[in-house]
Ligand binder design. Sequence first.
Ligand SMILES: Cc1cc2nc3c(=O)[nH]c(=O)nc-3n(C[C@H](O)[C@H](O)[C@H](O)COP(=O)(O)OP(=O)(O)OC[C@H]3O[C@@H](n4cnc5c(N)ncnc54)[C@H](O)[C@@H]3O)c2cc1C
Length: 592
Amino acid sequence: MNKVEARQKEIQQAEELLFAGPQALGFAKGLFQGHFVSNWVMPYPRIPATQQAESDRTLVELRQFLDEHLDPAEIDRQADIPRDVIDGLGRVGVLGATAPVEYGGRGFTQMVNCKLLEEIGHRCASTSVFVNAHHSIGIRALLLFGTHEQKQRWLPKLSTGEQLGAFALTEREAGSDAANVQMQARPTQDGSHFILNGEKRYITNAGIAQVLTVMARTPMPGSDKTAITAFLVTPDMPGFTILEARMPKMGIRGTATGRFSLRDVKVPKENILGPMGKGLKVALTVLDFGRTTFGACCTGAAKTCLRLATEHANTRKQFNKTLGEFDLVKKKIARIAAGAYAMEAMTTITASLIDRGLEDYMIETAMLKVFTTERLWEIINDAFQIYGGSAYFVDLPLERMLRDARINQIGEGSNEVLTSFIALVGMRGPGMEFKEIYDTVMKPSRDRISKAWAAGMNRLGAAIRVPDVPVRSEQLRANARQLGRLIWRFNFAVNRALITYREPILDMQLVQERIADAAMDLFASTCVLSRWDAELQFARRNGDSASADHSAADLFLRQSFRRIRGFLGGLTDNDDKSLLAAAKSVLGKPRS
Ligand SMILES: Cc1cc2nc3c(=O)[nH]c(=O)nc-3n(C[C@H](O)[C@H](O)[C@H](O)COP(=O)(O)OP(=O)(O)OC[C@H]3O[C@@H](n4cnc5c(N)ncnc54)[C@H](O)[C@@H]3O)c2cc1C
């Protein structure tokens, strides 16, 4: 197969995997087409009234439990989360928060689930990653794709934490390249079982889980091809071996990250989750949920940084002044406050998209994951700097938080891979419209002309119309207009990039990065504006419109708008050629 054919095959496989026919236009896809699809993001979502009281009760119970029983420093020192903590989380309902009540869960929405995870993320990243591995991804395939019988059999014990779950995708050859899973699953002659062989590594909870969702490659009936299928595997199956239960590591030390092998492990076909051969789709959908709670955990940690940084800046004195009196410290504190405000808004809106039944939210969850994990890293760095030397010593939270946060940019889809994904999946919509127009010009036909006309009108409409951003508060109108104009500029930049580079844009990651960065800031700004608008409306209804302080939201919008202009400007004014040449000269050098 030559290079062009290989590329066409890759594109076709990605199309089959990611796009499933016509769907309602989501916010992110709309953004890439120059539209502001306001009903997904405005008004700012609220927890449904039916869940509010129970969610409040659970949050209070969770806080009390964590205050009394969770010792993050000890978890880090011992590299273990004590069983009584896990049992307590199960009792409070965190380990089956979104599982339906009929299977022993709490039936909470993703928004409520995110509030619970934010609360844990405030205190201990080991514990939040453990809960994510169990609930956000470990049992997610069962929740989303399991049959009634499978749910009835497995979920009750998993929902209470009596049994723990894990999600096993990663292998030596399948890290970022998740489609390259090598673990084999061969059907037995009578078709009643599959025989699994291979190894998985870096799997959170591998050594402590009783139920693992394992991705393995199965033959496709009637062809010589193979495809990935999801299986439920239990460690009591003969041939299941834990090679390393707890790989020693830099951060989130309380989690048990392990390696295991399967040697001729016989798994009944009843343990298949979702359709045969659709395991990659299952895995990607599961990870979408994980990325939402990632946002919540990062938000919790960011709020802790804000509290720690403020406390220190208000009490530590140098040069006869508190640190908070120096502008360079103020700058960091303000940046942390703005970031934390945006992270919470973005998490809430993204979770609500899932709850409200948007079919395709993969760009939004990817944006949330990249944005919140990058922002948290900067926020921890800022808080660390404010503490100076004292942050550097072990057992103070910031040293642990810094170590813990580093995994976020790598796990559940590395930020580089997701950045590329955001740009390419986002640009697909306008790209298809341009292709329709181009193909019609090259080879006109009656059928094509009408489709190309519709595509052309849509592109033209977006090119001439600045989208309306419908805020309710008068004082936010100027910000809303600025956001609308930036979306218009973004659409113009996306169109220009597609027309200029055409198919080679698929490999131009520096261009993709600027487009994805601009899209992420547009989404973040939208969420901030929506939240701010809702808070102003709420204050007005309660008659205290003057009191609310929104300086962090205001700062976020100003800085975000400036960044967006910078990203879009960078598409034409950059050092890409020089950068690529410098990298090439180094990468091409023989080792000395
Ligand atoms: C503590 C921990 C817990 C984990 N828990 C789980 C779990 O529970 N279940 C599970 O299945 N996995 C888990 N993982 C695995 C994790 O998801 C992978 O580490 C991650 O997907 C990256 O894969 P990799 O480590 O092989 O890095 P690689 O894929 O080798 O990537 C290395 C670097 O290259 C970059 N890169 C790769 N491809 C591209 C590209 N196309 N363009 C630009 N840059 C690229 C990456 O961004 C990264 O910076 C865990 C990992 C860790 C460290």
